[in-house]
Design a protein around this ligand. Structure first.
Ligand code: SER
Length: 330
């Protein structure tokens, strides 16, 4: 397979939790004008709005994507637009439409334009209750119970299908819960691990929607950005997997997360009131075996729980003291 050079990238879902930071990181690396941000909502930050091109598109509608691809001569799509697990359970048909039809639109567009690369993230939601939950292997049982998970497994299979059938260079990684302080996540099961920091700084209290002993794999945003870009530029001759890399960083229970915050904010109190998201979390891995990513493209995370908590509380604490409102649910 001839490797094509990445020159002009389009990011779908660029206003989302990961997309908003990933777009800026890609602009640093590939040049601001070469990274076109797209989304359905107004960009949350001036940084995203002012640092390069932005277009409103609906990824499930081919013509809206096509127009931008042609205008900017796009050769790479980083497909971040997706409906997450909790919102997906409230509206499964919409989850299917955005995640499946959107992904097919992206793949077909990339194939017809003979693109250099497509990045389609997957998730720990691709696994299910029959999967081994401790150090979940890369290649294992994929029988998810959420619509989000169903669409993510389909996305992985489609990515590999397009690679084998058409020689389209599609790559993907299974994100664990992603924790960050810039843009809030939009309706996932792992959102408690972000909300807890915001509430700790603002109220010194948090009511967690999963049990104290709920253990899930998680990752801090700088590692998430690094993993995504490292896989994007990895040497294809070294890759045995394509659309389905496990990427681990840390694994902790909700109680351990609360304890790490309490070490720095002793008054912090966390209580637990599990809701429908508990049942989702109970079907997901507790930790991941990511040796395929480590061996095939050199994956290595930098942040553990302690380092992440320190950084999160430093950033959010500073913002709070400067009077910049820390609002949840925005
Ligand atoms: N963070 C996502 C969710 O909770 C998992 O990929 O839905």
């Amino acid at each position: 397979m001839k490797v094509k050079e990445i020159k002009r990238i389009l990011v779908t879902g660029s206003v989302g939790q990961i997309g908003s930071e990933l777009t800026l990181a890609l602009r640093e690396r590939f040049g601001a004008e070469n990274v076109v941000a797209t989304g359905r909502k107004t960009p949350p930050s001036d940084a995203l709005k002012n640092s390069g091109p932005f277009y409103f598109i609906d990824v499930a509608k081919r013509e809206t994507l096509e127009e931008v691809v042609r205008k900017h001569n796009i050769d790479t799509i980083v497909h971040m637009a997706a409906i997450l697990s909790a919102v997906g359970e409230q509206n499964p048909m919409r989850c299917w439409d955005v995640n499946i039809n959107g992904t097919l639109v992206v793949l077909e567009c990339a194939r017809e334009h003979d693109m250099a690369r497509v990045i389609i993230p997957s998730s720990i939601a691709a696994f299910g209750p029959e999967t081994p939950r401790d150090r979940t292997p890369n290649d294992t049982i994929l029988k998810p119970r959420t619509m989000y998970g169903v669409t993510k497994v389909a996305g992985e299979l489609l990515g590999d299908y397009y690679f084998r059938k058409y020689g389209l260079d599609v790559r993907g990684l299974r994100y664990p819960g992603i924790i960050s302080h810039e843009t809030l996540p939009g309706g996932g099961t792992t959102d408690f691990a972000v909300a807890i920091y915001f509430e700790a700084v603002r109220n010194k209290r948090y009511t967690c929607f999963v049990r104290e002993d709920t253990r899930l794999p998680m990752m801090y945003m700088p590692d998430c950005i690094k993993a995504t870009i490292d896989l994007t530029v990895a040497d294809i001759s070294k890759l045995k997997h394509h659309s389905d890399f496990n990427v681990g960083a840390m694994s902790f229970s909700a109680g351990e997360l609360a304890a790490s915050i309490k070490k720095q904010i002793p008054e912090f109190v966390c209580t637990y009131e599990p809701d429908f998201r508990q049942a989702i979390a109970d079907t997901w891995p507790m930790s991941l075996d990511d040796s395929a990513a480590r061996e095939e493209w050199g994956w290595k995370p930098a942040f553990d729980l302690e380092a992440m908590t320190k950084d999160m509380l430093d950033v959010l604490g500073r913002r709070y003291r400067e009077g910049k409102v820390v609002v949840l649910g925005a």
